[in-house]
Each structure stands twice: as C-alpha cells, then as structure tokens.
Ligand binder design. Structure first.
Ligand SMILES: [Fe+2]
Ligand SMILES: [Fe+2]
Length: 276
C-alpha cells in the first residue's frame, strides 16, 4: 500500500466514526448475514431510526408492490418487501445518510445509484444466484466510493468527477479509484464479500474472481443505465466488454425492454427513497 492509499484508508475510518449511525449500520450488517433474524428483531432495529423506518414504509407503499397507500406499519412493510429487501433498503438508506444529501452533485449520483440498484434487482435472477435484495444493495452502493471522494477531497474531486475516463483520472490524482475506495470502506465496516466484490470491480469485471454472478449483474446494470437513461448515466458507459458480458449472461432484448419500462416507473420514487 502506498502512502496516499494509506492516507485515504485512514480518512475512511474517520467517516465511519460519525456518532450514532454506525450502531444502526453494524446491527443491520449483522442481520444481513443472519438468515434467522425474526420479523420482531428486524422491526426493532429499524424502529430505532425514524428516517430509516419512514423510508421502509414508503418503499412498501411503492406502486411496484401493488398496495400503494395501504401499508402503515414496519411489520407489514417487512412482510410486503421481504426480509432481504427490507434489510437492503435499510442499509442503503443508513449508509447514504453518512453523506450530505443536499449537495446537487450527490443528488444526481443517488438517482443514478437507485437506477443501477433497480436494474441489478431486476436482472439478478437471470445473471446471478444471489437474492434480489443483495443485488439491489450492491447496485445501490456501487458508487459509494465517489461519495467518499467528495467527502474526503471535495474541491479536487468535484473538479474532475464528470470526466469520461473517470477511473484513469482518479488513479492519476489519488492512486486509487472509486470502486476500490468503496470496497475498502464497506469491507472496513464488515459488509459481506458478496457486496464488497461487485462494488470494488463494477468498472473492471475481469478483476472479479469471486462472486462473479452478482459482480456481472452490477457491472451490466452500470453499463445499461447509460443506454436506457442517459440523464442519470453519471459514470456509466456501455463498452465492448459490456456487450460480451451481456451475450454471456443470457439476457434477451425483450428482457431489457421490460427492464427499461420498470426503470422509468421506479425512478419516480427516487425522491421518496432518499428523501431528496
Ligand atoms: Fe462507478
Ligand atoms: Fe455508477
């Protein structure tokens, strides 16, 4: 590890120590890995944080689940969303709450992340053996390294973050890229490897030697968003490598057309999701 890389890692540790949030996060991460967590335990964890609780109920009332406006308790929401999806939304919301949502640049990034998460969740069953909630969460957190760069090096990073060749530019300026940075951060707060790997390599699928299915799902979702919704493409690009990965994935043109229409409907709820 070079000096700059070490310094970035040290500063990540500082962010992790923001008071109150890590308690909720660590409980949720533990519950993510515990298949036996009961509805009662999960709803207790969620109830402790009002902003997470309200977001869970809002998600359960999304038209996507077919009962808009009719779900009014955390328990009902968990039953509607399912355990894995509930944990993923709660974790996504609590990680995002570490950052200043007011910044315009972050708002656009969150919309992009929500789009990649939605696509990852939709594609999951065809490309990966991971469950939909885990794919959604990996998609939601895939660019968390960019939010970290903004938090750590606001002026320097915002000046270069819109560049097309973002990975090369980041590596040049910081001896690291946002995939690696996000991966270090999530690993440091004990996220499971099946989330850390897709986040670390979402711009370079060849480096993902483990959890290949879920990593490919997020990689393809990142590329597809630039074709399906260029407005929130952010750092997503479609390349020849994506084309090859798509061919191998078994996804059809009809699948992608279907995802596109769900994606457009779902992006309506992005403001509710992040409380933007
Ligand atoms: Fe990215
Ligand atoms: Fe991205």
């Amino acid at each position: 590890m070079d000096v700059v890389g070490t310094r970035i890692k040290d500063r990540i540790k500082e962010i992790k120590n923001i008071p109150t949030i890590p308690v909720t996060i660590s409980r949720l991460i533990k519950s993510l890995q515990n298949e036996n967590v009961s509805i009662d335990e999960l709803s207790k964890i969620i109830s402790r944080d009002q902003s997470i609780a309200s977001r869970i109920v809002a998600a359960a009332n999304s038209p996507f689940f077919g009962y808009p406006g009719r779900i009014n308790s955390i328990e009902q929401s968990i039953l509607m969303l399912g355990f894995d999806f509930t944990k993923s939304i709660a974790l996504g919301v609590s990680i995002f709450s570490l950052f200043h949502r007011q910044q315009a640049v972050l708002k656009r990034m969150w919309a992009h992340s929500y789009g990649v998460a939605t696509l990852s969740g939709l594609m999951c069953s065809k490309v990966s053996v991971a469950n939909r909630g885990v794919c959604f969460l990996a998609g939601l957190l895939h660019d968390i390294g960019r939010a970290l760069f903004i938090k750590l090096y606001s002026t320097e990073y915002t000046a270069l973050m819109e560049r097309d060749d973002i990975i090369a530019v980041e590596t040049d300026a910081f001896q690291s890229n946002h995939g690696e940075l996000g991966g270090w951060f999530l690993e440091d707060i004990f996220f499971p490897e099946e989330i850390v790997v897709p986040v670390s390599y979402h711009h370079d699928i060849a480096k993902a030697t483990r959890h290949k299915g879920i990593a490919t799902t997020v990689y393809l979702a990142e590329g597809l968003i630039s074709l399906l919704n260029p407005d929130i493409a952010c750092d997503g690009q479609w390349t020849e490598e994506h084309e090859k990965a798509l061919e191998k994935s078994g996804l059809t043109e009809d699948d992608i057309k279907a995802y596109e229409s769900v994606l457009h409907d779902e992006l309506e709820s992005v403001n509710n999701f992040f409380d933007l």
